[in-house]
Design a protein around this ligand. Structure first.
Ligand SMILES: [Zn+2]
Length: 273
């Protein structure tokens, strides 16, 4: 059995064939990310979780929507995360890539406010972190010299690690040092379809060497379709492609990787076991 630890199921108009394909591919549990198109629709993933036993949900305000983390939106989030089927807060974090994103102080404030909500309810967080490394020059100018990973790890050290709670680095795309620092504070590394891309040499190195008890697999569907389907819309069934690729990197069978990542997900979220 595989678990897709990060997918955007409220993006699909017709979910029935998507869930059938996942089932056929051995993907038996899915974590639907509840960011919606902003706080107004962040409850949609939880609605799906309450309709389908194989779906669990998160809720959160994505860093791209940080300016919408109003007191009302944060109160809505605090209420959603009380639901037993809402098992994590996210995806939350920092995104210094797109020129149109909120400025850094706005992103930090929204992130810190949501860490507080997660700590109060004692549920894990799932993190989105994107640097300006590959951004267009205007965006680089807007965000640099700030580094999203440095800022993220500093904010976590101040506002999260004291609570002794775990989290997920979703779509892990950092380097070996960032992986080591994430693992040191109790986080799991979740690998998405981009690990299969030829240019992702560093991500592949991390996926090959990360401790077996701290790795997860995900699709981030409908985004980041793995090879060989790259270019088509993604769906949770393709967790199997990414999982096989990571198994191959680690020199183990797909069945062993499925067993490890499923055990990891269940340890992180005992209510889903
Ligand atoms: Zn996502």
């Amino acid at each position: 059995m595989l678990i897709d630890s990060h997918c955007h199921l409220d993006d699909y108009e017709d979910l029935a064939p998507i869930l059938a394909n996942a089932e056929a591919a051995g993907v038996r549990k899915l974590l639907a990310i509840g960011i919606g198109e902003g706080p107004d629709t962040m409850h949609r993933a939880l609605e799906l979780a309450n309709q389908h036993p194989e779906i669990f949900a998160t809720a959160g305000i994505h860093p791209q929507e940080a300016q919408r983390a109003t007191p009302e939106a944060l109160a809505k989030l605090a209420a959603l995360v009380q639901d037993p089927r809402c098992i994590a807060i996210g995806e939350i974090g920092l995104d210094y890539y797109h020129l149109g994103n909120p400025d850094i102080p706005t992103q930090h404030a929204a992130f810190i406010a949501q860490l507080k909500i997660a700590a109060a309810v004692r549920k894990p967080i799932t993190i989105h972190c994107r640097t300006s490394e590959l951004a267009i020059p205007a965006a680089k100018q807007k965000y640099e010299p700030a580094d999203a990973w440095e800022d993220l790890l500093a904010l976590l050290a101040e506002h999260w690690t004291p609570h002794n709670l775990p989290g997920i680095m979703h779509c892990f795309s950092g380097n070996e040092a960032q992986a080591a620092r994430s693992l040191a504070i109790g986080f799991y590394l979740s690998f998405a379809g981009n690990v299969t891309y030829p240019k992702s040499v560093t991500i592949q190195q991390v996926a090959a060497s990360a401790p077996a008890d701290r790795i997860l697999v995900e699709t981030d569907a409908p985004f980041l379709t793995p090879i060989p389907l790259r270019g088509q819309p993604n769906e949770p069934a393709n967790t199997a492609l990414t999982a096989s690729f990571v198994a191959n990197l680690r020199g183990i069978s797909p069945a062993s990787l499925a067993e490890q990542t499923t055990a990891n997900f269940h340890r992180l979220f005992p209510a889903t076991a």
